[in-house]
Unconditional design. Structure first.
Length: 162
């Protein structure tokens, strides 16, 4: 009987661990440069598979977030945000991931100040090819049919909700 109890406890613990949400390790950027797209990356792992990874973002103080998908680069997941205009002043963002068992996880919300060129000492680096093909998704119908005017629309496709 005792052996059965120990086996049951071990199996229960293994099943519980197999249902853990993804783990997200992200070092927030300290600032970004106006009129330059932003690449944000995070190491995301899971006991199963990561099904979805996204960066949700908005101009500070706005009601709704938009998101960009993150793609696996072989080391981490990265998403490219559209270039903020200087009037954005600060961007709020967080990283969200969902595993193949539908377990969600997200980071805290981070503040990303938008600075003029030369003032931001370590801006996020962007792949030029990705900067020319950014797809941004709305999260609420009230966002309308275009991206917030605090972000440049060059090279950006905005996908509103139907």
């Amino acid at each position: 009987m005792r052996k059965l109890l120990v086996t049951t406890l071990v199996l229960t613990a293994a099943l519980a661990a197999a249902n853990d949400p993804p783990t997200i390790d992200h070092v927030p950027a300290l600032c970004t440069v106006a009129d330059k797209p932003i690449s944000l990356c995070a190491a995301i792992s899971d006991d199963g598979n990561v099904a979805v990874a996204r960066v949700y973002f908005r101009r500070e103080g706005e009601d709704y977030y938009s998101f960009v998908p993150m793609t696996f680069t072989g080391v981490s997941y990265c998403g490219t945000l559209p270039a903020p205009r200087e009037k954005a002043k600060t961007i709020e963002y967080y990283v969200n991931a969902v595993d193949d068992s539908y377990q969600p996880q997200r980071t805290s919300t981070f503040r990303l100040p938008v600075k003029p060129e030369g003032v931001c000492e370590f801006p996020p680096v962007v792949d030029a090819a990705k900067a020319g093909a950014i797809k941004v998704y709305a999260t609420n119908r009230k966002q309308g049919k275009k991206l917030d005017d605090a972000f440049a629309v060059s090279g950006v496709t905005f996908v509103p909700l139907p």
